[in-house]
Write a protein of this length. Sequence first.
Length: 366
Amino acid sequence: MLIGVYNHEHPFKVLNQYRINFYVKEAAEQNVELCFFGIDDVDFDSKTIMGDIHEEGRWIKKKLPFPLLMINESNRSLDKLREPKKEMKLKQEIHTTSHLIDDKLTIYKKIQEANQFEYLLIPTIQLTRLSDFNEMINNYKKVILKPANESKGNGIIVVTQKQKSQYIFQEQTITTRHDLKATNKIILNVIRKGNYIIQPFIYSNTSDGKTFHIRVHLARNAKAQWIILKMIADIAEHGIDISNYKGVVTLEGEKFLIENYGKDTATKLYSKLENLAFQLTKHIDSFYPYSLNELAIDFGIDQNEMIWFFEGNTGPEIIAFQEKREQERAYHIISYSKMLAETLAKYPIEQRKGKHFKINTDNSKY
């Protein structure tokens, strides 16, 4: 059984070595032939690829037929790809296990409209006018501005109103002070970018005052059930309000909760975070005509121990506890992909070409 590992440029250019090695190891143990390829390796006329495969301890380049499906490690939107038309065509030809979800604002609106988890949502609007900013900052005194379609903390700005005419801006680790005139100019420049949302800032702080968020990373297993790969806490430095940039301290989720809330409260919070992550993941998956195979859900916990939904991410980057997490992830991604390929193989190509499929998991817990 041939399964592809795909990235628009090439998996070898973007994936860490742990991920590549564990993919190869798990594929061999599960009797799956794995090939790695990018868009430049695809020949649509002959329906073949020039794939990199691992045989007898070495990599070789080999001409192969289109795989039955591909593990899509390309988590960028079409407008950011070098060959978007070819990318679209490829996904019509080869079924993919991985899909992007909508941007932050669209996800927020879909959850809000479904009226099931609105109690987890932070009040959010698209930043289109200076009055949007003025109303939010006057009501809450501290707000966060986020690009709706970025990740890893890129472009996030936290603004604090100290006095009516004095504002503190923080972007990653850089803090600046501005008067009202300069603040209005900065906000207007942000608005011109056209893709920002604005929310009240949620004080999700450790017992010693550091900003943090909880991430729950989930994936599907061989039965297409959602399982938790890892729960972690990302903690910013003192005085930094953004906890999803490179350089934060990362702890095991359970250890972090015990250290900050005590064992009894931590146990309750951990269980609640797990359940909410499962429920939200299934809920977000229901928005699409295809099945998601992996998702990370980010939460904050305020001073009243209320849990807030920050955002969801497909294809989350693994940095902390990398080796162990990549090994477990590879096991489940390969297992799920093998199951999906075996299922697709039962259908003639004309019945599956260019179509989305939804996995039926009614018999599963989640």
